[in-house]
Design a protein around this ligand. Structure first.
Ligand SMILES: Nc1ncnc2c1ncn2[C@@H]1O[C@H](COP(=O)(O)OP(=O)(O)O)[C@@H](O)[C@H]1O
Ligand SMILES: Cc1ncc(COP(=O)(O)O)c(C=O)c1O
Ligand SMILES: [Mg+2]
Length: 273
């Protein structure tokens, strides 16, 4: 079988659990061929409570990576993660338009879990106005949904639905707001909206602090399933099962951080559990 080809345009999480590393691990698990266009490198300081530093990649280096992958090879689906600057967001939008790309998952990364700071606050507006409208699916977490909708961080499923309506009006085909561990609820609730119908996806909520990279992993799994031809709803349902298992088997890396286990779903499929 010819492998479907997918691209992630995202930052490098040097600690390996989120960003481009999470995306590639997920693509491998979902049996698609993963390619990368790196936007930034994020490091963490062990001497300063794991605080994050972001090192941007030069725009011409990103252009060359997009040319290699999108023009030189061709892609069946793509996702974005941490983009880092308005210039990069504009370049991604131009690339989507120029090559008439399909199956576009926009993960509008504005924050890293455990960090108080909003990364690149100057990019929030262009994530909203330039990239969100081009998405097949846009996947904000609660904070990002509050920023993009302008309604503030949702605290209930009803507020998630209101934010989804606002975000949908910007032009994406589907909005998927992740309630995750932050919503006060006994399930891990995500709200999916296609402009007509709301689907409230209720996954098992796992009691763990180790969810670093969960959003990246989830959006990468959606991207992989879209590349393989699933429709958006089916792709999201599979990805939701994938991320639930990855969080169930998440683990501690050091005193600050614990990533999800990307191989968990496959191991369980094999054992038929
Ligand atoms: N503790 C948890 N148990 C089960 N699912 C979770 C948990 N935390 C997050 N999720 C799910 O993981 C996915 C990623 O969500 P989230 O962690 O909110 O994203 P982000 O990493 O972008 O903040 C969503 O489907 C969310 O519902
Ligand atoms: C490069 C990069 N992208 C994205 C994220 C966001 O990760 P999450 O999936 O936990 O939202 C992080 C967080 O550390 C990161 O370092
Ligand atoms: Mg995220």
């Amino acid at each position: 079988m010819i492998m479907k080809k997918v691209l992630t345009i995202a930052g490098s999480d040097t600690s390996g659990g989120a960003g481009i590393q999470a995306d590639l691990k997920t693509f491998q698990e979902r049996e698609v061929y993963g390619m990368t266009a790196l936007t930034t490198i994020v490091t963490m300081d062990p001497k300063n409570t794991w605080s994050h530093n972001v090192f941007p990649i030069d725009i011409n280096t990103l252009k060359a990576q997009l040319s290699t992958t999108v023009e030189g090879i061709g892609i069946d689906a793509m996702k974005t993660g941490m983009l880092g600057s308005v210039e990069i967001i504009n370049l991604v939008a131009e690339t989507i338009d120029k090559y008439n790309l399909k199956n576009i998952v926009i993960d509008p990364v504005m924050v890293c879990k455990g960090e108080d700071e909003v990364l690149h606050p100057e990019t929030a507006e262009s994530l909203r106005d330039t990239l969100t409208p081009r998405a097949t699916v846009v996947t904000p977490n609660l904070f990002e949904a509050g920023q993009i909708s302008g309604l503030g961080t949702p605290t209930t499923v009803e507020e998630m639905k209101a934010a989804a309506e606002k975000i949908h009006a910007l032009g994406p085909q589907y909005v998927l707001i992740k309630g995750g561990g932050k919503l006060q609820h006994d399930k891990a609730v995500d709200v999916l909206y296609d402009g007509k119908t709301f689907d409230v996806l209720e996954g098992e909520r796992i009691d763990t602090p180790y969810t670093h990279g969960a959003g990246c992993t989830y959006s990468a799994a959606i991207t992989a399933e879209l590349a393989k031809g699933k429709d958006v709803k089916e792709a999201i349902l599979t990805a939701k099962e994938f991320i639930t298992e990855a969080i169930r088997d998440s683990f501690q890396l050091n005193e600050y951080i614990g990533p999800t286990k990307h191989s968990a779903y496959r191991s369980k499929e094999k054992q038929n559990v």
